[in-house]
Design a protein around this ligand. Structure first.
Ligand code: URP
Ligand code: ZN
Ligand code: ZN
Length: 464
């Protein structure tokens, strides 16, 4: 199978030029000004942007949370990702306390096999690691999973103490694995929550009121310090506020290998969403919560100037009937919101169109940087001879209103959209995964099971 993409404007992390792109089987094999070449399929891309397939470093598919499960499984979630221009997703097998990491790993392979419509990789969530089981960490890395995720939040489920944090980080440092942190001081937050409940507060906005930004910043500071001593590469997930940027910047200024991720919801939405009438605020109950306009401004600045390197979605959707478990008590609302499908369009519209991000920076934060940090570059994250032919043909002019009821912007299996009613200009139209067209003019034409598990390389310095 061969595909010729003609006269698109190819944009990578560094380049921007009009050319023809020739794909044979799964790989980009030629790029030239005008390729005189036969192909099984020719796509005219004049006037369109041609980006490397999006890499979303942070999604939760088919994730059990208490009595409920995030509503997108591998099939529906990765179909939606494809429609939004994302061709690689990274998910999180989640260890159960006291159990082997490999139980979780096998379970997640089972969830994804035969179902994934785009390529996928894993980060391993570690919530318990006694010294006698440390060898498991090496084995996980050997399985192509050189990243561990740890939580200083959620004391009842995923929280690890500082000793465990240090132990896993030290191992990670030796193994060339990246340590991803959900950084919030969960112990203090739980106390604040207890107090709010005792005072009779029940509605969704209390989720945000009980999780102060400074408790995120404190945890980032602590993780940065422990990672420095442990000599681990640190990646802080879903940074939501200005205060959390300070320890990150200070660490990078010292020369410490620390990376930051934010998400479209923190760039585009704010805490006033929780003021909506009735139970509607539950749609945005996620952790960390939405913050202030000032935080948004600072996150955009950090993204533009390089203090934040990636934009992941933290896609973790729940149907409203599941959210309603918390009708009488905000602490029972499952945390998380959908977003896997809308990331590229939102970032293009709010970032590139507004002038906040250059086109090259857009590609860096939506694709290249995650591929580099997590050991997938240059197979993923760029358009170059020899790279996987993961390509997004993007129409910069087409407008859509993002809505749960718009079949062109919502394929996710969830009954609301986080960005309901937002008008965006710039939409992925045609998407190729390893040379196969999986989205044609906005319509999904791929196949569950074509997505492949990606074994990743350990961290190589310096990546970005
Ligand atoms: O609320 C969120 N973010 N849910 C998903 C799990 C996590 O904390 O990343
Ligand atoms: Zn998290
Ligand atoms: Zn998450």
């Amino acid at each position: 199978m061969s595909v010729l993409i003609r006269q698109g404007r190819i944009v990578t992390a560094a380049d921007d030029y009009v050319a023809d792109l020739f794909i044979e089987n799964e790989t980009i094999t030629q790029i030239g000004e005008h390729l005189e070449i036969e192909a099984d399929e020719i796509i005219e891309a004049r006037g369109k942007l041609v980006f490397p397939g999006g890499v979303d470093p942070h999604v939760h598919l088919d994730l059990p949370v208490g009595a409920v499960v995030s509503s997108d499984d591998y099939e529906s979630g990765t179909r939606a990702a494809a429609c939004g221009g994302t061709t690689t997703v990274m998910d999180f097998p989640t260890q159960e306390r006291g159990r082997s990491l490999f139980e979780a790993l096998e379970l997640w392979h089972e969830k994804a096999r035969q179902k994934a419509c785009v390529d996928y990789a894993f980060h391993m969530i570690v919530c318990d690691m006694p010294p006698e089981r440390e060898t498991e960490l090496r084995k996980v890395v050997e399985e192509g999973i050189p990243s561990f995720k740890l939580f200083t939040a959620y004391p009842d489920r995923l929280y690890v103490d500082d000793g465990t944090l240090y132990r896993v980080m030290r191992n990670a440092g030796e193994l060339g694995a990246v340590v991803m942190m959900h950084a919030e001081n969960g112990i203090v937050i739980d106390e604040i929550v207890r107090q709010a409940c005792a005072e009779g507060h029940r509605d969704p906005r209390w989720h945000a009121l009980t999780r102060p930004a400074i408790m995120e910043a404190e945890a980032v500071h602590r993780c940065v310090a422990i990672a420095q001593v442990a000599r681990a590469v640190l990646y802080v997930v879903h940074i939501s506020c200005a205060a959390a940027l300070e320890p990150l910047r200070a660490a990078r200024d010292r020369g410490q290998l620390v990376f930051g991720e934010t998400c479209p919801q923190y760039l585009l939405l704010d805490h006033t969403a929780y003021e909506k009438p009735g139970f509607e605020g539950a749609k945005w109950v996620m952790t960390p919560p939405l913050r202030s306009k000032h935080d948004q401004t600072e996150l955009w600045k950090a993204l533009r100037m390089g203090d934040i390197q990636t934009v992941g979605t933290d896609h973790c959707p729940f149907m409203m009937c599941d959210k309603e478990r918390g009708l009488e008590n905000f602490t029972k609302i499952p945390n998380g919101a959908p977003g896997i499908e809308n990331r590229m369009a939102l970032l293009f519209h709010a970032g590139v169109r507004s002038g906040a991000l250059s086109l090259n920076r857009f590609v860096q934060v939506t694709s290249t940087n995650a591929a580099k940090i997590f050991g997938l570059f240059p197979k993923k994250g760029t358009i170059a001879v020899g790279s996987d032919a993961d390509v997004v043909i993007f129409n910069p002019e087409r407008e859509e209103t993002i809505s749960v009821s718009n079949p062109r912007t919502h394929h996710m299996r969830v009954d609301y959209n986080t960005y309901e009613g937002m008008r965006v200009q710039g939409i992925p139209e045609t998407v190729l995964l390893r040379g196969r067209i999986i989205v044609r003019n906005g319509e999904f034409v791929g196949k569950p099971g074509y997505g492949r598990f990606l074994k990743r390389r350990s961290y190589e310095e310096p990546v970005i």
